[in-house]
Design a protein around this ligand. Structure first.
Ligand code: SF4
Length: 763
């Protein structure tokens, strides 16, 4: 533990999208202690078991410290200099800039993601950049856009302190966002009355703390949302005044499928819901009709404050956009919208899925500040902000994640036009669905080149041609944005090991090498380097040389440049310096009397500075341009794959408390690794007995795409119902994504990891 001479400074936790504030103790150049910040609004001094051990994530024995280049076609690597590594990447890009793709992350800091996307869209005129967040929250984005015309939650964590009812839709916050969940449990332990409802496909630690558990079949959530809307209208308990004042109705446009669908009348909406009686919803979802009526009564009670939370259960779903929009719709229809305590709120899994992916716009169709490449005015705005040649940005959206990897894993002669992918801060060799289609074929494709920047060897580096050692967390400066629109900043506190370098520096160094070679795309309109940074006297500072990287605050320069975009869609950020002083602020942040003020609740009068005076609610980014939100009807549809005689079990994948995502950091923390050493298959006790299986038995799990041998855990951490099984994805030695399906939502392009048909045999 830290001695008396330790230096303490602030940082957000490195792991999940909750964004807990930690105090980091540094002594003799090492992180020696971490504590929850007692003054922090997000976590009030608490951390979960991952957060308490976050400092140890820096000190695994096998940190990557040197650039490594594959020797020929062998499995061997040679250490090379950064100079050579940068040349290798520049060569690949120069050879075919249009065949280069960048695959990033919701763990990129805001400046890192901003630099990567400016490099691609404003520099290479190539939109093939997409983040791993496509796999985790793209359907939340499309749900917000379809409903409000603009992304990200209106509510915030304060709703958890004020709600009377908290509904978790396919969500297990007791393990995935434990500090947030503890805020509600804490209220109950103090004697406050708050009703917790878990709507899920298996019993979890969250279920154990809930008064009600509604066990549904896969895709049951769509039927349940329609069932609630049906009852609100049938019973006359919907909020007529709210709906007439602030809402329109929408349905899918089957003749011209698109995110904004077609307008329908209230009567058409009502008629579409007619079949969704509680009894019919029970047939579709498996949830008893009485429990559907209970939900209808709760939403029909205007005295209650209701908050909904969701995460991967609703997002990793082939109807992901639909169910996201429908949960917003249930809140709008019932008037359970508006502060504090009434909120439909999606959570993110990564520390900057909101900040870097959604706000910076690192998705293949997006530009910073909620803009899109397909819109000529948006492109022109970005070209002006970046001072690049008019027409530089391509109007064609790049490949989304599944398309990008499918193209990369297809031989060039057969149309696989992506030839090189640079991966930063993520592990697609473990997280892509259907790995035998979307990742593993790379092993046999000599014409394809994979570059991976990471801190440890991973399931992705096993197929890399060039491995680059990265700095992480407090080894570099950073700014991130959490699930409640809160932007947080921290400074570098310790040096990275060996030759490990910031991801942002890596991108800038390659950009500058291309500039030196004369590539036009790396110049602005005045012929200067695209990422030029000047000192106080206006003299350029060569930030692409590592020795100079911290002479000026590159993060600050990029952040302040990016900040201009944030004002285009009322997501205003404060200047960098304001975040240095604050423990984070929720956007829009506006200046008043020399102070920077955050916004807790969007679209609500008295809270949101962009709501016109005298209005209670104003959806000022309405896609129908009338300040109204859209309430959607979507019909229930079955999952893309359902169990049958050949593959009789439904497989769901997910996370566990002890490990963060692919475990590449947490499995190197001894305490966490000991607590949860390896993956397992959770089985229902009756299913196990029927197959003569006991705890610890090894089984072969087979899908139409792959096989996995793994140990059985009966009624273990979670308890799946009969006919379903669960396998966590944190273990790189037991890759569950060999089994999963790559079916995607048509609008968000997000895969469904929760519903793959499998069969199980004792080994
Ligand atoms: Fe907080 Fe998430 Fe970190 Fe746990 S992992 S301490 S909940 S930010």
């Amino acid at each position: 533990l830290a001695g008396s001479d330790a230096q303490w400074d602030k940082a957000p936790c490195r792991f999940c999208g909750t964004g807990c504030h930690v105090q980091v103790g540094v002594q003799e150049g090492r992180v020696v202690a971490v504590a929850g910040d007692r003054n922090a609004e997000v976590n009030k001094g608490l951390l979960c078991v991952k957060g308490y051990h976050v400092g140890a994530a820096l000190y695994g024995k096998d940190r990557l410290t040197k650039p490594l280049l594959r020797v020929g076609k062998t499995d061997k690597y040679e250490e090379i200099s950064w100079d050579k590594a940068i040349d290798v990447i520049a060569d690949r890009i120069e050879e075919a800039p249009e065949r280069f793709a960048f695959y990033g992350s919701g763990q990129w800091t805001i400046p890192e993601g901003y630099a990567a996307q400016k490099f691609m869209k404003g520099g290479l005129a190539n939109n093939h950049i997409d983040p791993n967040a496509r796999l985790c929250m793209a359907s939340a984005v499309t749900g917000f856009l379809a409903t409000y015309g603009v992304d990200e939650p209106a509510g915030c964590y304060d709703d958890l302190d004020a709600c009377d009812v908290l509904i978790m839709w396919g969500n297990n916050p007791a393990e995935m966002h434990p500090v947030l969940f503890s805020r509600v449990i804490d209220r109950r332990s103090k004697g406050e009355k708050v009703t917790l409802i878990d709507i899920g496909t298996r019993r979890t630690r969250t279920t154990d703390a809930c008064q009600h558990y509604l066990e549904m079949k896969g895709h049951g959530d769509v039927a349940i949302a329609n069932g609630i809307a049906h009852l609100l209208i049938k019973n006359g308990t919907y909020d007529k005044k709210f709906v007439e004042s602030f809402c329109n109705f929408k349905a899918p446009d089957n003749d011209n499928p698109n995110l904004h669908g077609k307008a329908i009348t209230f009567d058409e909406f009502k008629a579409a819901l007619e079949p969704y009686t509680p009894e019919h919803v029970e047939e579709l979802s498996g949830v008893p009709a009485d429990q559907i009526r209970m939900l209808g009564d709760l939403f029909g009670n205007p005295e209650l404050k209701i908050t909904s939370l969701w995460c991967m259960g609703m997002n990793q779903h082939t109807l992901g956009t639909a169910i996201n929009a429908m949960v917003h719709g249930v809140h709008l229809l019932s008037g359970h919208f508006g502060p504090p305590g009434n909120a439909p709120t999606s959570l993110t899994g990564q520390p900057s899925a909101c900040g870097t992916v959604r706000e910076v716009g690192t998705l293949a169709h997006a530009l910073p500040g909620g803009r899109v490449v397909a819109n000529a005015e948006h492109r022109q705005q970005a070209e002006d902000f970046w001072n690049v040649t008019p027409g530089r940005i391509s109007e064609t959206p790049g490949y989304h994640t599944v398309q990008m990897w499918e193209s990369f894993c297809t031989p060039t002669d057969d149309g696989g036009d992506i030839g090189t992918i640079w991966v930063q801060v993520t592990n697609p060799g473990q997280t892509l669905p259907n790995l035998n289609k979307l990742f593993n074929p790379k092993a046999k494709l000599d014409d394809k080149f994979l570059i991976v920047s990471d801190v440890y060897p991973t399931a992705t580096t096993r197929l890399a041609d060039l491995i680059l050692p990265s700095a992480m967390w407090v080894e570099k400066n950073g700014v991130v944005g959490n699930s409640e629109r809160r932007t947080q900043q921290w400074f570098k506190m310790v040096d990275p090991p060996g030759d490990a370098r910031d991801d942002c520096w890596q991108t800038l160094a390659v950009a500058h090498r291309l500039f030196e070679r004369g590539m036009d795309g790396m110049k602005d309109r005045d012929g200067r380097f695209l990422f030029e940074v000047k000192d106080d006297q206006g003299k350029p500072i060569p930030v692409w040389n590592w020795e100079n990287y911290y002479d000026t605050n590159v993060d600050q320069h990029l952040f302040d440049e990016y900040r201009k975009f944030s004002r285009l869609k009322h997501k205003d950020l404060a200047p960098y310096d304001a975040y240095v002083k604050a423990r984070g602020m929720r956007w829009p942040v506006v200046e008043q009397n020399g102070k920077w003020l955050e916004t807790k609740f969007r679209f609500s009068g008295g809270y949101d500075p962009y709501v016109a005076e005298g209005k209670d609610i104003q959806f000022y980014h309405s896609s129908t341009k009338d300040d109204r939100a859209q309430i959607w009807f979507h019909p229930w549809e079955p999952p893309a794959e359902v169990p049958d005689d050949e593959y009789p079990f439904m497989l769901c994948t997910g996370r566990v408390l002890e490990h963060w995502h692919t475990g590449s950091m947490t499995r190197r923390i001894p305490e966490l690794s000991r607590a949860m050493p390896s993956a397992y298959i959770e089985m229902n006790a009756e299913d196990a007995a029927a197959a003569n299986l006991s705890n610890g038995d090894k089984v072969k799990v087979e899908s139409r795409r792959g096989t996995l041998e793994i140990q059985v855990w009966i009624d273990g951490r979670g308890r799946p119902p009969r006919g379903t099984v669960f396998i966590p994805f944190f273990d790189e030695t037991l890759l569950v994504n060999d089994l999963t399906l790559d079916a995607i939502d048509p609008f968000s392009k997000q895969p469904d990891y929760k519903k793959s048909a499998v069969r199980i045999r004792k080994v």
